[in-house]
Design a binder for this molecule. Structure first.
Ligand code: NBP
Length: 489
């Protein structure tokens, strides 16, 4: 243990810490260090003392820490109202820690859950703690371990009153873009974790689209991996500038030391998931919002991991395949335009889902605020978010990002390219589900008439579900089994 750590350890009894962090695995210890580096005195706690001591041993000099072993000692080390940030594994562990803390805390104290909790759990926890006079703040935190240490994007929900006490502290450790912190109060109860969930869903869609762009450059143009890396690096200097495009170039440039092959060629092609993408899609289904880009991305990961099915299906007939594009530079530009347009669709759908969740739960989430706090610190940080921010500043009640003047023009500029990419992928047998379904979504929402009219006719035929007419109000039913006359129902 360092001198600084042992000195602070001796004064554990004084209630002097501004915040406590419990759960000192990679995320918790980095956030605790970030807080300490910003001049806050931080009480440390972990179920097993080893992680606390490891943190103090390695990084005790980062700032003023208070070492504690028991929950009682931990709570006793905090200034009132006490503020505790929980960074443990989401689920049962979070409930167990909340229970222990609640027993030791007093009315007016604040418990913050910074883990990836399901928003409905956050709603439940907030209600139950409010009954005991405690404030509960579900805070989405994005940026991985690097963001936690150097400035994450933070999405705190919970009571507005708690944010008054908590806001300045959280804003001090968040990423900053143009002097604006990537942290703001999102809304009541589960809103912070809800928007973090959709953020992760958008991240899934973004990564899937990048994967499809890469696969088309390889499959349709036969480009070597190193050359594709340079295309992504170049894209990162324009409208597509983003953390994910930047690190795509890095990953594609990496050569495996053992085989000399591109690293991407020795990585097993089965994508994992921890659940937030799946939660986003389940919530989209419940809310009735067509978040097709995120759903395709979640299913694409599931397909990649369906090893037995893939093994059984390898070599199935492709049918007659179309020819590869002849103008390489032009097709790379087409892919770039398709990536941009599909990305706009993914964000538009994600923001639609947030608006629907906000309406369902009465959260009053401001979409422009999200675009602002996602510009830095988080995994989907991108130049593009400035345009989204401007779109919501111009019209806070925007019905879809796709109708905002900037995005409307950008998609119109790329629409021919987008169609060429989707049709080439289909003709050459290269799977591009997110590009394809994003284009289908775009064509769907811009269509004057949809085949849903036929669906309604069929539903009325077999189930007397009735339909509405375009030319008069009311619900109608055709007597299909009788003389096929129409009755009003
Ligand atoms: P983990 O999710 O791996 O959790 C490990 C921590 O949980 C350890 O401190 C462990 O204590 C503690 N813990 C467990 Br497991 N069960 C417990 C219990 N019953 N009672 C008390 N403590 C318990 O850590 P992480 O990867 O640092 O993530 C922390 C949270 O942040 C998670 O909710 C995660 O989803 C979220 N998150 C992670 C990332 C990321 O990039 N990793 C990004 C954003 C959010 P022990 O040391 O005694 O075993």
């Amino acid at each position: 243990m360092t001198d600084a750590a042992s000195t602070t350890a001796q004064s554990d009894s004084a209630a002097r810490a501004q915040i406590g962090v419990t759960g000192l695995a990679v995320m918790g210890s980095n956030i605790a260090r970030n807080l300490a580096r910003h001049g806050h005195t931080v009480a440390l706690h972990n179920r097993s003392i080893a992680k606390t001591d490891a943190l103090l041993e390695k990084h005790g000099d980062d700032g003023d820490f208070v070492r504690t072993e028991t929950i009682e000692e931990f709570v006793g080390a905090l200034q009132r109202p006490r503020r505790v940030l929980i960074m443990v594994k989401a689920g049962d562990a979070t409930d167990a820690v909340i229970e222990e803390l609640a027993a030791a805390m007093e009315p007016g104290d604040i418990i913050i859950d910074g883990g990836n909790a399901l928003y409905t759990d956050t709603i439940r926890r907030e209600r139950s703690l409010a009954d005991r006079g405690l404030h509960f703040v579900g805070a989405g935190i994005s940026g991985g371990e690097e963001g936690a240490l150097n400035g994450p994007s933070i999405m705190p929900g919970g009571p507005a009153e708690s944010y008054k006490s908590l806001g300045p502290l959280l804003e001090s450790i968040a990423a900053q873009v143009d002097g604006v912190p990537c942290c703001t109060h999102i809304g009541p109860d589960g809103s912070g974790h809800f928007v973090k969930m959709v953020h992760n869903g958008i991240e899934y869609a973004d990564m899937q689209l990048i994967g499809e762009a890469y696969d088309l450059m390889r499959g349709a143009l036969g480009m070597p991996v190193a050359e594709i890396a340079e295309v992504f690096a170049e894209w990162n200097t324009g409208d597509l500038e983003s953390y994910l495009v930047e690190i795509t170039a890095e990953v594609l440039r990496q050569v495996d030391a053992e085989t000399g092959k591109p690293l991407v060629d020795v990585i097993v092609d089965e994508a994992g998931q921890k659940g937030t993408g799946r939660w986003t899609v389940k919530s989209a289904l419940d809310l009735g919002i067509p978040t097709t880009g995120i759903a395709e991305a979640v299913f694409a990961r599931a397909l990649s991991s369906s090893r037995a099915t893939r093994d059984a299906a390898v070599g199935l007939a492709s049918g007659a395949l179309g020819a590869a594009p002849t103008d390489k530079a032009a097709f790379i530009n087409d892919i770039k335009a398709a990536l941009y347009a599909s990305k706009v669709v993914a964000y538009a759908q994600g923001f639609d889902q947030i608006a629907a969740g906000s309406a369902e739960y009465g959260w009053d989430v401001h979409p422009g605020d999200l675009a602002t706090i996602w510009r830095g610190g988080c995994i989907i940080r991108a130049q593009f978010l400035n345009r989204i921010r401007e779109a919501y500043q111009e019209n806070p009640a925007l019905p879809s990002l796709l109708v905002a003047p900037y995005f409307k023009a950008a998609v119109e500029d790329g629409i021919d390219s987008w169609r060429r990419v989707v049709s080439t992928a289909a003709a050459m047998g290269i799977p591009a589900p997110a590009f394809g379904s994003s284009l289908a979504y775009y064509d769907g929402i811009r269509a004057e008439r949809l085949p849903a009219a036929l669906t309604q006719g069929l539903r009325d035929f077999f189930g007397a579900h009735t339909y509405r007419r375009v030319d008069k109000p009311g619900a109608f039913h055709t007597l299909w089994g009788e003389d096929r006359s129409e009755v009003e129902s």
